[in-house]
Design a protein around this ligand. Structure first.
Ligand code: COA
Length: 159
């Protein structure tokens, strides 16, 4: 069973993330999507809400599980029995940070390989901050997020 871990903040998950997850599940036997704590970020949604939105959006796929963790991503990869870490590369601007993280993670755990996947080009410009910003300004984001996320964003910004 060749399993991979896809870590991210997912605040919230977008169709760009879903595109990456679908590609990963075609290549590996199992994908563990994990909501990770990035200490540099102050998320809009709680960890539980982010996990819930991911679970709801991915419920039709049998080889995907969703969890969360607080700690080192390579440690969590070992815990769940993953052989690698999936990261998405949208544009050259992602490269430097991702390259640094991949090399550091390799230094921390030589048995865990980072695999980069490119989402469809229609998602190149997408990120979670833009979605949060558009939703707060009551702009229609239905083309960019799964229905479960759309519902939560509407609830969040209805007050
Ligand atoms: N489609 C759309 N958006 C995407 C995307 C895709 N395919 N891939 C990334 N993004 C966006 C995210 O929405 C996010 O947007 P935002 O910053 O506007 O919210 C941004 O790109 C990057 O987010 P993400 O991929 O979630 O990475 P991150 O930088 O928030 O977190 C972790 C990266 C969680 C993997 C990293 O912090 C980590 O590993 N933490 C654990 C501690 C650890 O192990 N540290 C050592 C690492 S060397």
């Amino acid at each position: 069973m060749r399993k991979v871990l896809y870590p991210g903040t997912f605040d919230p998950v977008t169709n760009g993330h879903i595109d990456i997850i679908k590609r990963a599940r075609e290549l590996f036997d199992g994908v563990v999507v994990t909501v990770a704590i990035n200490p540099g970020k102050t998320p809009l949604f709680s960890v539980e809400e982010r996990v819930q939105m991911l679970r709801e959006s991915l419920k039709d796929f049998d080889n995907i599980t969703v969890d969360s963790f607080d700690g080192l991503v390579v440690e969590h990869a070992h815990q769940v029995g993953a052989i690698g870490i999936i990261r998405g590369l949208r544009a050259v601007s992602d490269f430097e940070f991702e390259f640094q993280m991949a090399l550091m993670n390799r230094k921390l755990a030589g048995d865990i390989t980072t695999v980069f996947l490119m989402p469809h080009e229609k998602y190149t410009y997408l990120n979670s901050s833009i979605i949060r910003n558009l939703a707060e300004l009551k702009s229609d984001v239905s083309d960019f997020v799964p229905p479960a996320v759309l519902k939560k964003l509407k609830e969040k910004f209805s007050k």
